[in-house]
Design a protein around this ligand. Structure first.
Ligand SMILES: NC(=O)c1ccc[n+]([C@@H]2O[C@H](COP(=O)([O-])OP(=O)(O)OC[C@H]3O[C@@H](n4cnc5c(N)ncnc54)[C@H](OP(=O)(O)O)[C@@H]3O)[C@@H](O)[C@H]2O)c1
Length: 324
């Protein structure tokens, strides 16, 4: 029988339950997929906790790699037997098999195997749009990236370095600092011990950075504001420490005519052409050897709750996956 993770009430990791379910057969526009590796992302914890509300009971997860087992009417961009991966669509990736809308699927190149694919689709396409389209970072610029040793962070550091960008990465402990250095951060700041604003000022000769990528949210909001150069861009793309509270637009004027944006992946891969271009850019960086990704931890599907607990306790580095 097909195993899936579902939850019937929001709460801590313990609400995630292993259940049995018949995936059924694909209807028009759908495929039946057999998953081989499933991505675990911080956003899954927001859905589980209720920060991002879902109708319950619900499956969980929007990223995986696998093989197409059957296709419904009208599906032409993938075929039975194709190796594919996706980031997006309905919840339900935490499963051995599922029927899903075919729209988010992309075929995997031969040089990208299933486990790395399940690590990079969501986090890697996020990096793609953040550094090329939300703010087009230029070679020689210095940028600030919080949680640089995390899943998104590790991909970002490698990609930016390959473009000749100087990355100041923040991390929560010494082991993560070593990882961030090894992957290419020019400067690493342990934000639990050091004064980030003072260090960024020192590194940039008091000028500040043109862009801050902040996925930590509540705890780093004021710090990020004070690290920006006049007319800099605040890219607030996550809430690992909690959501940023409301603030007055006047604050952006007081801090130097700053720009503020709160982007999300779905809006940057909304059309088939954008999705394919984003995935192609990511696969190009992987193929060139500029971005290397392997899961830092693998959990059985049945241990999804433990994966969530580790992620929320800041125990993980890089990307983590579930094996169905
Ligand atoms: N907007 C989008 O399109 C989009 C897409 C993908 C991901 N995201 C966001 O990007 C962020 C990173 O996602 P990820 O899946 O790669 O996770 P991750 O970075 O592997 O894990 C989150 C990291 O945030 C840091 N953190 C700081 N304060 C924390 C706190 N109070 N609780 C927990 N973690 C804290 C921790 O690193 P340190 O210990 O080093 O501080 C932790 O390892 C998340 O906020 C996620 O929601 C946004």
């Amino acid at each position: 029988m097909n195993q899936i993770i579902r939850f019937h009430a929001t709460g801590g990791p313990e609400v995630l339950q292993l259940e049995q379910s018949d995936p059924g057969q694909p209807g028009a526009g759908e495929v039946l997929l057999r998953h081989t590796a499933i991505g675990v992302n911080f956003i899954d914890t927001y859905h589980r906790s209720g920060l991002y509300p879902l109708t319950l009971p619900s499956g969980l997860g929007t990223e995986a790699a696998g093989v197409v087992e059957a296709v419904g009417e009208g599906v032409s961009h993938v075929a039975v037997g194709d190796r594919v991966a996706y980031a997006g669509g309905a919840q339900g990736a935490y499963s051995q098999q599922r029927v899903m809308n075919a729209a988010p699927l992309v075929r995997l190149p031969d040089d990208v195997s299933d486990e790395p694919a399940a690590c990079v689709m969501l986090q890697g396409m996020t990096v793609e749009y953040l550094i090329r389209r939300t703010f087009a970072v230029q070679p020689g610029q210095t940028v600030l990236w919080h949680a640089a040793a995390g899943g998104v962070g590790q991909i970002a550091v490698q990609w930016l370095k390959s473009l000749g960008v100087h990355v100041i990465g923040t991390v929560g402990n010494a082991d993560k600092a070593a990882i961030a250095h090894r992957l290419g951060c020019k400067h690493v700041i342990n934000y639990r011990e050091e004064d980030v604003v003072a260090r960024v000022n020192e590194i940039t000769d008091g000028k500040g950075v043109p862009v801050v990528y902040d996925s930590v949210g509540k705890d780093t909001f004021n710090i990020s504001l004070d690290c920006l150069a006049p007319r800099g861009m605040f890219v607030s793309f996550g809430n690992a420490s909690g959501a940023v509270p409301p603030f007055a637009p006047l604050l952006l004027a007081q801090k130097g005519s700053l720009f503020f944006t709160r982007p999300k992946l779905g809006d940057y891969v909304a059309s088939r052409s954008e999705l394919e271009a984003s995935a192609a850019a990511l696969f190009e960086r992987i193929g060139a050897g500029a971005v290397k990704v392997q899961p830092s931890a693998r959990y059985a599907l049945a241990d999804a709750a433990r994966a969530h607990a580790d992620l929320e306790a800041r125990q993980t580095t890089g990307s983590i996956i579930l094996l169905p």
